[in-house]
Design a protein around this ligand. Sequence first.
Ligand code: NAP
Length: 283
Amino acid sequence: MSELLSGKLVAESIKEETVRAVEELKKRGVEPKLKIIRVGENPSDLSYERGALKRMAGCDIKTEVLELDQGISQDDFIAELELVNKDDSVHGILIFRPLPKHIDENVVKYVVAPEKDVDCFSPINVAKVMEGDRSGFAPCTPSAVMEILGHYNIDLNGANTVVLGRSMVVGKPVSMLLLKENATVTICHSKTKDLSKVAAAADILIVGIGRAKMVNSQYVKEGAIVLDVGINVDENGKLCGDVDFEDCKNKAGMITPVPGGVGSVTTSVLAKHVIKACKLQIG
Ligand code: NAP
C-alpha cells in the first residue's frame, strides 16, 4: 500500500494557522467575514455551503449567506453584488457557480470586487494566477492541491507533472500554480492521444476529469504521486474520485483518497483566503 496523502491532516494544519490569524485580527478590532452568495437551492451548492459554514465556524470566521431567488434578474443580481462589494464589514465573497443561465457570468465576473473574490471569479484574479502573481486568489480547489503537495514536502522543482483536465476550475489553474513552483507540466484533455501512456510518464499525476474511477493502474507509473480532484458517485451510490483508488493504491507511491483527500482541504483554503483578503483590505 502506498502512503496515503490525507487531506484531513492538511485541513487541520491550515485550520490551526487560520485560527491564530483570526485571533490576531480580532485583537486589532477586525472581525473577518465571508459572504456566500447563492442563487436558488442547487443540492451541490447547499452541500458545499454546509461544509463551508462548518469550517468557517471552526476557524471563528463570521459567515453570512445571501440567498437569492432562482428567478432573480441579472440587473437585480448585480445590484445585490454591488452592495456586498461596498460593505466594508465583508472581506471575502464566494458566489456559487454556475449561475442560472439568464445571468451572464461573463458580465458578473467583472462586477465582483477582485480584492474580495476569494475563489477566483474575477478576470483580475485569473490573470494573476496566469502571471504567477501571488497577491491574488487562485481558485480554492487547485490551491488545495498545492497545499497537500506543500504539506507533504513533495519537491516540484523540475518534476514531471501531468494534469488530466483543462477546466478553468481545476486543470488550467492547477497547471499554472505547478508551473510557478517550477514543475514541468503537461496538460491533458478529452482529445489527448494515448492518454494512459502520457499519464504513466508522470512523477506527479493530478486528475480532474469528472469520470468516476476512469484512471486505473495503467495510467500510473510505479511510485508516482497521485492527487485525485474528482468527486463522483459510484454505481453503489458511494462517493468516489476520478481515480480507481483500489486499483492504483499499490502502484502509486503516494495517493489521495476520496473522500478525505483534496475535497476536505478546499474549505480550509477558503478560510485562508478570507484571512488573506481581510489582511489586504485593512493594510
Ligand atoms: P469539467 O469542467 O467537466 O472538466 C473536465 C475536464 O476533463 C475537461 O478538460 C475535459 O476535457 C477533461 N476530460 C473529460 N473526460 C475526459 C477523458 N475521458 N479523458 C481525458 N480528459 C477528459 O470538470 P471540472 O469542473 O474541472 O471537475 C473535474 C472533477 O473535479 C469533477 O469530478 C468534479 O466533481 C471535481 N471537482 C472537485 C472539487 C473539489 O473540491 N475537490 C472542486 C471542483 C471540481 P475537454 O476540455 O476536452 O472537454
